[in-house]
Design a protein around this ligand. Structure first.
Ligand code: PLP
Length: 293
């Protein structure tokens, strides 16, 4: 059994069950902080590395800037991630979290230190099953029109903050309806994203995702990487708005995220989606096969 890893800025590597937060840490009190989750995979040199770390750190910096949060320098975050990965067994896959909160309430107002740590954990069975077998989803309304967050910066569209209570509640709601995950739909009927994943679909030889700028969804690193390299798979890439009904007619629909990788949508709101011939190709291209688990 692989043991979880914890590295705390200022403390270094500590046992994974070490208490590290003060009771007045704003990350706990307000969900006031940012985080990133990365896939830890073999680096081909006998160790492991976080996949697409540059893209994740860039997004973390953008999230922190939007929240006026003083994130540690990129080098310090890279060191934290590297120290965590150095504790992880070679050739095993894992999930790396980098977390930065605004720090203790008592000191944050006067520019006190942020709280920053990294963890690596094994991949859960449900995640592996979703990769292998695909998932069913239920569409649920996020309550806003698709473009609401673009003109309301306080809604933090596109920011990966620690305030994930709504995301988690959405997934619990979906599970209670008998689905594996949720798919958020805008008040005006467009599909946005999953609570922890980006929607990608194939129509003919064009691979689509939902536009970030016009919707305020989180810019997914996995989907961006795939669409930027769609030519390698013989496809062109495009962004457009889509309705659940249109997805039913697509040649493949997937939810993409850093750790789960590629999860094919097998049913939307109880209606079975035809199985896509391309899922295995996507998994292989993104490096979610032959991981040795
Ligand atoms: N959308 C949301 C709301 C997410 O939380 C995530 C990841 O957790 C994603 C999309 C997928 O992003 P990435 O591919 O960078 O993991």
């Amino acid at each position: 059994m692989v043991q979880p890893v914890l590295v705390v800025q200022g403390l270094g590597v500590v046992p994974a069950d070490t208490p590290v937060l003060r009771a007045d840490d704003l990350g706990v009190l307000r969900g006031d902080g940012v985080f990133e989750t990365m896939h830890v995979r073999p680096d081909g040199r006998g160790g492991v590395q976080p996949w697409l770390i540059g893209e994740h750190l860039a997004r973390m910096a953008r999230s922190a800037a939007r929240m006026e949060l003083a994130l540690p320098a990129e080098d310090a975050l890279r060191e934290l991630a590297a120290a965590a990965c150095a504790q992880w067994p070679a050739e095993a896959e894992g999930a790396l979290r980098l977390v930065c909160t605004r720090g203790a309430e008592a000191t944050a107002a006067t520019g006190g230190p942020v709280t920053c740590f990294a963890t690596v954990n094994p991949i859960g069975a449900a995640t592996l099953a979703a990769r292998r077998d695909g998932i069913t989803v239920t569409t649920i309304s996020l309550g806003y029109p698709a473009d609401a967050r673009t003109s309301a910066p306080w809604l933090l569209g596109g920011v990966k903050s620690l305030s994930y209570a709504i995301n988690m509640a959405s997934q619990r709601w979906a599970l209670a309806q008998g689905a594996d995950d949720a798919l958020w739909v805008s008040a005006d009927g467009y599909v946005l994203e999953g609570p922890t994943s980006t929607l990608v679909w194939l129509s003919g030889d064009t691979l689509y995702t939902v536009p970030v700028e016009t919707t305020g969804i989180l810019p997914g690193t996995t989907a961006r990487h795939l669409l930027d390299n769609a030519g390698d798979l013989g496809w062109t890439a495009a962004e457009r708005m889509v309705t659940p009904a249109e997805l039913a007619a697509a040649d493949g629909v997937w939810l993409l995220s850093s750790v789960r990788g590629v999860a094919e949508l097998r049913a939307i709101d109880g209606a079975t989606q035809p199985s896509s011939a391309h899922t295995e190709k996507l998994r292989a291209y993104l490096g979610f096969t032959n991981l040795g688990y």
